[in-house]
Ligand binder design. Sequence first.
Ligand SMILES: Nc1nc2c(c(=O)[nH]1)N[C@@H](CN(C=O)c1ccc(C(=O)N[C@@H](CCC(=O)O)C(=O)O)cc1)CN2
Ligand SMILES: NCC(=O)N[C@@H]1O[C@H](COP(=O)([O-])[O-])[C@@H](O)[C@H]1O
Length: 295
Amino acid sequence: MEAAAVASCGSGLRYLPPLDPTPRRQNHRAAVAGLGTKRRRPRAAVACRRPHRVHAAAARGSGGGAGDSSSGSGGVRSKKRLAVFVSSGGSNLRSIHEATAACGKASSGDVVALVTDKPGCGGAEYARRNGIPVVLFPRSKSAPEGVPTAQLLNALRDLRVDFVLLAGYLKLVPGELVQAYPRSILNIHPSLLPAFGGKGYYGLKVHKAVIASGARYSGATVHFVDEQFDTGRTLAQRVVPVLADDTPEQLAARVLHEEHHVYVEAVAALCEDRIVWREDGVPLIRTQTNPDAYA
Ligand SMILES: Nc1nc2c(c(=O)[nH]1)N[C@@H](CN(C=O)c1ccc(C(=O)N[C@@H](CCC(=O)O)C(=O)O)cc1)CN2
Ligand SMILES: NCC(=O)N[C@@H]1O[C@H](COP(=O)([O-])[O-])[C@@H](O)[C@H]1O
């Protein structure tokens, strides 16, 4: 969707104009289709056969939050509409956006909005270059142009957003948004939660704490978002070793590499209705090939 096309939508929102007055309109999908074939196939996760009883349905039968736009009468599912929240460089945004290309691993999704508290961050710049509307949130003293929560919710509804993905977003997502999108907001965190999570644990601070603790393994966690920092249900994890002479930057790079794979796989599962909720509330990812196997 073009930024200009949504600027007049009912929420009354003003989307941020591109910083570059002549943004490059890339043939993004064509460009990444070729790259996709070169990608290393991600390692298969450990399959867990016939776990506890599971509910073979996502949050709302077919999944999706406040703006559910699931299948029509013909049974053909429309792509799930994704809003990505970013405060940082945007490499997870990029990997998700690339995976939503025609032949990508998450081609059942479409990134339709970028929400940020830092309009100059790499993620926001990537969005502008790729014609993704940018919304500044929250409104604050340092960002008086930002929108309050109610207006953000209207914008997400106008854009018919199904799922919200936090990807290096550093602000607490308010309860109103969490409640409007039950079981429909994911976050990626650069440690093996519940270790090294919560307020104060973000970016390099996480990796510094992991190294200082003496832990031999770290990794990435994709989890559903509840009203506190990093306490929502874990959906997927990837493990990496912590090496004896690691710097926080080296560990961060090793974890980030895994983040890009595990987040894309989790987003694909979300968009394809492959998340099932075990009776004790644990979300599991059904594999694409075997309805009885879980990643
Ligand atoms: N309701 C929720 N909101 C957010 C969650 C969540 O699980 N529930 N996850 C975070 C992301 N996060 C780690 O994954 C995280 C981000 C930031 C902080 C933090 O301590 N932030 C500082 C501010 C930093 C800054 O603005 O530069 C703070 O709040 O004082 C902790 C964890 C996204 N939101
Ligand atoms: N607690 C939140 C947190 O620390 N998030 C982390 O910020 C980085 C964003 O990188 P990116 O902008 O390149 O995707 C990622 O490592 C992400 O896990």
